[in-house]
Design a protein around this ligand. Sequence first.
Ligand code: ATP
Ligand code: HMH
Length: 276
Amino acid sequence: MELKQVLTIAGSDSGGGAGIQADIKTFQELSVFGTSVITAVTAQNTLGVTDVAPVPLNNIQKQLEAIGEDFEIAALKTGMLFDAETIELVAKYIKHYNWQNLIVDPVMIAKGGASLLKEEASEALIMDLLPLAAVVTPNIPEAEALSNIRIHDEESRMEAAKAILSTGVRGILIKGGHGKESDFAEDFYLDRHGRMLILRAPRKKTNQTHGTGCTFSAALAAEFAKGKSIEEAFFIAKQFVHAAITNPLNIGAGHGPTNHAAYRSNSSKESIQYVQ
Ligand SMILES: Nc1ncnc2c1ncn2[C@@H]1O[C@H](COP(=O)(O)OP(=O)(O)OP(=O)(O)O)[C@@H](O)[C@H]1O
Ligand SMILES: Cc1ncc(CO)c(N)n1
């Protein structure tokens, strides 16, 4: 079978658990060929982010051209984009190369609280990138920031999802990792045709969750590249991240990285279910 080529446009995490590093590991595990455009270099470990150096725009442009001129990109994801200028450039090149199957992970704040997107850049994300995307994958605080709606129950989650759909994105997937009061890590998908999917897994009591969001969106992109439907891709991405969380590596003294290799030997579907 032909090896599908996928692209991540994101920031580097020196700690190896999130960002580009998480994406490439996930691509490899899911048998697609990973390429990358690095937008920013973070100095980061399981305890937090100590520095962020944005990559010069002309270098980001050259990276995009290097990929676009030589590879057949079957799906791509964006992660940390840092500022409005980077978002505008990335959107321009996605259109230029007509790259399809775009997953936008609207990375805003790292788990330790460091800002990974300038506040004024949210508008560029909404105006320039979301209309090109197949799916946007905010966590709960990011969905609240994108919609200006506080999510505290199912009704407000639906309202926020509809508000985000009005930006022109085709599907919205609100991840439930931050819904700490629930026994489930429940992820919610809604598309512009009104199709809704809710996927639940038992919530694990663990701090080994650094990079869960990056890993999840990379897995979605990998499965889209293979031609999977949203229902199949969502399920596999959830299984992948759940296996990565439930088989921790216990590396570092803070929010440890997930185990990207766990899915290959532990892809049990038992505890993950679509809610009717
Ligand atoms: N404690 C947990 N137990 C089970 N699943 C979890 C847990 N925390 C997160 N998840 C799952 O991991 C995936 C990513 O969700 P999450 O809301 O943590 O993303 P995120 O905040 O963007 O992550 P990050 O910013 O660390 O990359 C979702 O499928 C979510 O349900
Ligand atoms: C580079 C990078 N991207 C994304 C995240 C969010 O997990 C992070 N902590 N670091």
